[in-house]
Design a protein around this ligand. Structure first.
Ligand code: ADP
Ligand code: MG
Length: 293
């Protein structure tokens, strides 16, 4: 049985959204931020993926990043250079529903370590007390989870986020990456950091028996499924307008799903220490039970 406990409530509350590249972390984070803000929270979203498109729909365009704007990391020493509160303020933006938006950014492909960039950017937000300065009550870190190296693990460390949500779907490769992130959470928790998994968000690819596969996986590892989010053409239609569904189609069924997700996240009190599966073999075995049913 996975261990369960009530996490320490803090203001601002910080959560991290992890998952495989392309699974829908930024879409989910952006819609969750917009929905939480609509419920009265003062939300900040921090993009922690070199893809740097986390807050694009909230801001209606791709925004300059902390790293890129100031070429902040010295290539030789890896230390931040030339930073000041005024400069940092220039890469913090107000998006839809007054969500406070920022992108960590990353080095140019092939140069430097993306994880290191995320680590430096998050540390700067803390050093300059940005969450307090903008009176944030709820911070969402949108983090690439294909590699959970030092930088990408940073949102879980140093008390940045006690609650981790994983965006997943019923495809075995995605469940494999999800399972690897569980292993990382377990390892970091084992080092004495108060971090646990709050649950899975099933961002569906609409494969056969998807909800059943994700539920079965969740039960095996001992964490809840917070929401099954259907794949919806409304997401693409809104995206084409550079907006979230919350802004473009607030009365749509998809917007209702995101409001339901936001309500559950807001009311959540518990996190779990997952019991990961051994690896791909076990995941394929689990999926096989549903294939061809
Ligand atoms: P990630 O941040 O995990 O790399 P994104 O959030 O950018 O992935 O999602 C990738 C693309 O998948 C989006 O640009 C969007 O078009 C599509 N997408 C994600 N979730 C949904 C959904 N629920 N319905 C329809 N399209 C989706
Ligand atoms: Mg993303």
């Amino acid at each position: 049985m996975a261990e369960k406990w009530e996490f320490t409530r803090e203001t601002p509350r910080r959560i991290a959204i992890y998952g495989k590249a392309g699974i829908g972390k930024s879409i989910t984070s952006g819609h969750l931020s917009a929905a939480l803000a609509g419920m009265g929270e003062k939300v900040m979203q921090v993009g922690c993926d070199p893809k740097r498109d986390s807050v694009a729909l909230l801001c209606h365009e791709i925004m300059p990043t902390i790293l890129e704007q100031f070429k902040m990391v010295d290539a030789e020493t890896d230390e931040p250079v030339e930073m000041s509160e005024e400069l940092l303020d220039k890469v913090i933006f107000k998006g839809f529903n007054d969500v406070v938006c920022c992108e960590a950014g990353g080095p140019r492909p092939g140069i430097g370590c993306a994880g290191r960039g995320v680590l430096v950017a998050i540390q700067l937000l803390e050093d300059y007390n940005i969450l307090q300065k903008y009176d944030v009550s709820f911070a969402i870190y949108d983090v690439l989870g294909d590699v959970v190296c030092g930088g990408f693990a940073q949102p879980m460390r140093a008390g940045n986020a006690k609650e981790i949500y994983l965006v997943t779907c019923g495809e075995p490769l995605t469940l494999y990456i999800t399972n690897e992130i569980f292993k990382a959470v377990k390892r970091i928790n084992g080092e004495g950091v108060e971090v646990g998994v709050a649950g899975l968000i099933d961002n569906q690819r609409m494969i056969a028996h998807e909800a059943e596969i994700v539920e079965a996986f969740a039960e095996r590892v001992g964490v809840p499924v917070i929401e099954h989010v259907p794949r919806s053409v409304k997401v693409q239609e809104a995206e084409a307008e550079g907006k979230t569904v919350m802004e473009a189609f607030p009365d749509s069924d998809q917007a209702k799903v995101y409001r339901s997700l936001a309500k559950k996240v807001l009311e959540n009190k518990y996190v779990y220490l997952p019991d990961p599966l051994s690896g791909m073999d076990e995941i394929l075995q689990l999926a096989k039970e549903y294939i061809g049913k």
